[in-house]
Design a protein around this ligand. Structure first.
Ligand SMILES: NC(=O)NCCC[C@H](N)C(=O)O
Length: 405
């Protein structure tokens, strides 16, 4: 523990004892979802918001009961916006887009937002704002306003903030602010950037990877072992993003090996952590359909530059890089149909609290039974409403402090 009694920031594995985690309790942004926009906003259904909040509260309480400090993004954002004018200007600048609103309305809205109290600004930056909610006088000389419906968004909501895994990740003592691939999520990183840059809880935290051009999403990044990072390349993270990440962690001496893992460009496998997560030092829960075909390019840091090998079978390449004989695989589900159903419902997306102790959605009965049969302690949470965003316990959490392995 450091002087303030908090665990030191950082993580060098997926399974080190979890000490502190960043979550986002879903808010009014989920009430913005409609059948007309849920696809574009990357939700596969319309969650019952109150119940999603209850499910999330239960998730947070479970973590607290296991000694994990739960940091809530909205609290941190509100505190940051209240304490830092620079954070306020940065948050408003990312949200008020003159290309969308026109110069006149953008200026008026930004001026207004600079005056609202921090909690209200935090809600606007996360839940968005419609033209009907615009505090600007209706007679404004804004053609943009006159040509929009009242329900159109002036500031888009961010319903995927719930998935704090993707917009930042810690590697060693540093935090990486990611670059999210799809328009509905791009602005999330402006909020995580503000929090890590200005909130006292992260004072002194140094940055790892930062690329504003080549997408890398946190759900694609697995810290397989100290010095060994896997990064999925598929629907979200690009080869250029993986290459930039490898270069960055090598230069910062945060890793000696990066495994680049091609995955299908499909929603069901949108991130590597939807098909494979670590549940113990030497064990993964994995979607069996891809077990034999998952491959990896191994990028190794050399004295002068890097070496690239592959593609080789992922499991063998990972075990070699991790310096273990074999990576134990625990399958999703019993048969192909069950496996496909439970993979879709995030049965592979577990969050490890410690080696051999994971949080998983209760609905994935067969996968959870197979985890327990393999000696893994499974802490079950409800996800009937949370799951409509297509993310599980790992997606909904960003470990900011884990005991080093
Ligand atoms: N790590 C993850 O798998 N995150 C899940 C993100 C779900 C979100 N609705 C998305 O489509 O980006």
């Amino acid at each position: 523990m450091n002087a303030s009694g908090s665990a030191p920031l950082g993580a060098n594995s997926e399974v080190g004892q979890l000490r502190a985690v960043l979550l986002h309790r879903p808010g009014d942004e989920l009430k913005r979802l409609t059948p007309r926009n849920n696809d574009q906003l990357l939700f596969d259904g319309l969650p019952w918001v109150d119940r999603a909040q209850e499910e999330h509260d239960a998730f947070a309480d479970l973590l607290r009961s296991r000694g994990v400090e739960v940091l809530l993004l909205s609290d941190l954002l509100s505190e940051t916006l209240g304490a830092s004018g620079a954070a306020r200007i940065q948050g408003i600048g990312a949200a008020v887009d003159p290309r969308k609103l026109g110069h006149t309305l953008a200026q008026e809205l930004a001026a207004h937002l600079r005056r609202v109290p921090a909690p209200e600004l935090s809600t606007i930056l996360t839940a968005g704002m419609t033209f009907d909610e615009l505090p600007v006088a209706a007679n404004t000389a804004s053609l943009v306003r006159r040509m929009h419906h009242g329900g159109d968004f002036v500031i888009d909501p961010l319903p995927n903030l719930l998935f704090t895994r993707d917009s930042s990740f810690w590697i060693g003592p540093r935090v990486a602010i990611t670059s999210l691939a799809l328009p509905a999520r791009v602005r999330e990183t402006s909020l995580t950037d503000i929090i890590y840059a200005h909130h006292p809880r992260f004072r002194g935290a140094r940055r790892a990877y930062e690329s504003h051009t080549a997408p890398v999403e946190g759900g694609d990044v697995l810290l397989l072992a100290p010095g060994v990072v896997a990064v999925g390349v598929g629907e979200r993270t690009t080869p250029a993003g993986a290459e930039a990440l490898a270069r960055s962690v090598f230069e910062d001496e945060l890793a000696h090996t990066v495994l680049v893992v091609p995955i299908a460009q499909a929603r069901a496998s949108m991130h590597l952590d939807t098909v494979c997560t670590m549940v113990d030092h030497d064990a993964v829960v994995m979607y069996p359909v891809i077990q034999d075909t998952l491959s990896a390019f191994t990028i190794h840091r050399e004295d002068k530059g890097v070496s690239i090998r592959g593609a080789d079978p992922f499991l063998a390449a990972a075990a070699e890089a991790m310096g273990i004989g074999k990576l134990r695989v625990i399958d999703t589900g019993l048969d192909n149909v069950t496996a496909e159903r439970e993979q879709w419902d995030d049965g592979n997306n577990t969050l490890a609290l410690a080696p051999g102790v994971v949080v998983a959605y209760e609905r994935n009965v067969e996968t959870n039974a197979r985890l327990e049969a393999s000696g893994i302690e499974v802490l079950r949470i409800a996800g009937s409403e949370l799951g409509s965003g297509r993310g599980g316990p790992r997606c909904m959490s960003c470990p900011v402090a884990r005991d080093p392995l």
